[in-house]
Design a protein around this ligand. Structure first.
Ligand SMILES: Cc1cc2nc3c(=O)[nH]c(=O)nc-3n(C[C@H](O)[C@H](O)[C@H](O)COP(=O)(O)OP(=O)(O)OC[C@H]3O[C@@H](n4cnc5c(N)ncnc54)[C@H](O)[C@@H]3O)c2cc1C
Length: 487
């Protein structure tokens, strides 16, 4: 190692990368560089510009604890407000100078003789650092469905995360494929504008109302001048979400309450029995992400909307053909088909000890100790890695827990110059066994979703409350790691 303060490369400038940088800076670790492939920070909140894009977690909790924002316009923020928050944070804390924009990391390899990581970007630049931290997120690679004929469609078509704002949807016949978290946000936003909307649904979502509210100048003043009030609000939201998160693995009867709330919303908003039947989920609640919306069902009952549940067989030049032979005409197709969530760190090539490729270490599915460290990959840390996504709760809170933990690892490295830190296979195995055991008690094991990989292993989610994760990651125990001198 080159110096007492380890040098760090962070890949990605979303909530994860910026949060890690803040944690380092606040603790005197100032030798870091962030490599970001895009032209500005923001991660998913920069990419997802679709109409109605918003967060399902109230902003007082979906923000860093050390960077509160007293003047969120709404309790549930839109993507633009969250992006502005991240832009401001990066600018106000001098992080922009530390980000190399347009740096698309293609490969990183651990150099055993030097005890350092060498990182390559698509433009041929090489970087070296003692520590490598991946903050590439779980949802940055849009997933397009494997429907035959996609390229034959004669009109514009795009994924919700690559919204084509040059396409004017006014008066058009729009086909929406997919009814997940993004679609239930953009469907109500575009429905009043389009001539006709055909929503192709493979699986009905469990949808619950959210209690959004506008924050007025009086709220902003109170949150700014009475910090106790702001904290109380954050605590209240945290307790509320933690209560429902107990239903995931610890208190299954709570799921009945969630199901009842969703059913009440459906019964209240959709009176047509045929449509209601289509929109009634046929799998256990919480198995897929429960979606929050006050305007999705009201949009679907409008006369210009059809919900089609017949399987799509083909895209044809003039629209979408379903298994009953019907061609549903469309001028524009929007794919609300989610992300490649279980391909962690892909397509980067990450090479650890003895040139071991992380993709080979993960052939049975991604796994990492506390979602952060992997045996044979010394001084590599992952943010929002395997099994740290949440069914209920704020990912920003999880990222903060991880950043604090990784900072402790850096403290160890600073205290042991010339050493590397590598999780022991035993610690990693025990943790994985524990997590997979608990996951079997969750609803996620009873249906297919993006939380599971092709083999059915739940690679994405944390099986419980964020409190449990906070407690597990509060202290880095050196007994879980090998601290090895560089030869
Ligand atoms: C539409 C949408 C809604 C969401 N809503 C919620 C919600 O309500 N609540 C919640 O808790 N979470 C939500 N999430 C999850 C969200 O991903 C996390 O909350 C959080 O933003 C993750 O931040 P991140 O920095 O880890 O990842 P990202 O935001 O994905 O940022 C990763 C960054 O890494 C960069 N990058 C990726 N690969 C490379 C590479 N090879 N080289 C260089 N740079 C690279 C990307 O360009 C990006 O800027 C949502 C996600 C989406 C897509």
């Amino acid at each position: 190692m080159s110096a007492t303060i380890p040098s760090v490369i962070i890949i990605g400038a979303g909530f994860g990368g910026l949060g890690m940088a803040m944690e380092l800076r606040r603790n005197g670790f100032d030798e870091f560089t962030i490599l970001e492939r895009a032209a500005e920070p923001g991660g998913v909140w920069r990419e997802n510009t679709y109409p109605g894009a918003a967060c399902d977690v109230p902003s007082p909790l979906y923000s860093y604890s050390y960077a509160p924002k007293p003047d969120w316009p709404h309790r549930y923020s839109g993507a633009a407000d969250i992006l502005n928050y991240l832009r401001r944070l990066a600018a106000d804390n001098g992080l922009l100078e530390r980000i190399r924009f347009g740096a698309d990391v293609t490969e990183a390899a651990f150099d055993e003789s030097a005890g350092t990581w060498t990182v390559h970007t698509a433009d041929g630049t090489e970087y070296t650092a003692d520590v490598l931290i991946s903050a590439v997120g779980q949802l940055s690679r849009p997933q397009l469905p494997a429907i035959p004929g996609r390229e034959k469609f004669r009109g514009p078509s795009f994924h919700s995360a690559q919204w084509d704002h040059s396409v004017d949807l006014a008066g058009k016949r729009v086909a929406v494929i997919g009814t997940g978290a993004s679609a239930i946000q953009f469907v109500p936003a575009i429905q009043p504008r389009v001539a006709h909307l055909t929503v192709f649904q493979r699986t009905a979502a469990w949808v619950v109302k959210r209690s959004d509210r506008e924050y007025l100048p009086i709220h902003h003043a109170l949150f700014r001048h009475v910090p106790g009030l702001r904290l109380a609000q954050r605590l209240w939201i945290w307790c509320f979400l933690e209560f429902f998160a107990l239903g995931l693995a610890d208190l299954p009867p709570l799921r009945r309450l969630v199901a009842a709330l969703c059913r009440a919303s459906l019964h209240h908003e959709v009176t047509d029995p045929a449509l209601r039947a289509k929109l009634t989920p046929d799998y256990p609640v919480l198995c897929k992400r429960v979606l929050f919306s006050n305007d999705y069902y009201p949009a679907l009952v409008q006369p210009n909307v059809d919900v089609v549940t017949t399987t799509i067989t083909e895209i044809v030049p003039e629209g979408v053909r379903t298994a009953d032979g019907v061609v549903h005409p469309a001028d524009v197709i929007v794919y609300g088909t989610g992300f490649k969530g279980s391909e962690f760190l892909w397509p980067m090539r990450i090479l650890g000890r003895d040139g071991l490729d992380l993709a080979d270490a993960w052939t049975d599915g991604a796994r990492a100790y506390l979602g952060m460290t992997v045996p044979r990959f010394p001084n590599l840390f992952l943010l929002y890695g395997p099994n740290t996504n949440l069914g209920i709760g704020s990912i920003v809170y999880m990222i903060e827990c991880q950043a604090r933990y990784i900072r402790q690892a850096l403290t160890q490295l600073a205290g042991h110059p010339g050493h590397t830190l590598e999780v022991t296979p035993q610690a990693a195995r025990d943790f994985d066994t524990h997590v997979q055991h608990r996951l079997r008690r969750t609803p996620w094991s009873s249906c297919s979703s993006w939380y599971r990989n092709a083999a059915g292993r739940i690679t994405n989610n944390w099986p419980g409350t964020v409190t449990a994760y906070r407690l597990r990651t509060r202290t880095l125990h050196l007994t879980d790691y090998d601290l090895t001198p560089t030869p």
